[in-house]
Design a protein around this ligand. Structure first.
Ligand code: ZN
Length: 124
């Protein structure tokens, strides 16, 4: 296909393409319009912005199912609705201590599997 036609749906339409094809092409062009660095990244697969060593995983508290995002490499935690950025990162230990009502290290005899568990990714 000629580049000039691709960039001009109306001209393509007049050139004999079906209306459906023109609409699909227009839709594609609309979606391709933003610069790539302004397109939001997919939320289900994001590298931890703090350590860059792992994906940010969906987790939840076993007690009440409260969801959060967690990097299992550096224990950074983000609550739902927060941008997964270094500036918003919490520390898992602090969040757990707060929920359990203890100060300092909340784990004691606990391990992760006693308190939190991986959650299915959104939309999965
Ligand atoms: Zn991390």
């Amino acid at each position: 296909m000629l580049p000039g036609l691709v960039n001009n749906p109306v001209r393509l339409w007049r050139a004999g393409a079906s209306r459906t094809n023109v609409e699909v092409l227009s839709l594609f062009m609309d979606r391709a319009t933003p610069r790539w660095d302004t397109v939001p990244s997919m939320p289900t697969r994001q590298v931890c912005p703090r350590c860059g060593q792992d994906w940010v995983h969906s987790y939840r508290f076993i007690a009440d199912g409260a969801p959060f995002s967690l990097c299992t490499e550096c224990d950074s935690l983000w609550w739902p609705g927060e941008a997964v950025e270094v500036a918003h990162a919490k520390f898992l230990d602090d969040a757990v201590a707060e929920r359990l009502g203890v100060e300092g290290n909340p784990w004691g005899d606990l391990v992760w599997a006693d308190v939190i568990e991986p959650a299915p990714d959104h939309g999965a």
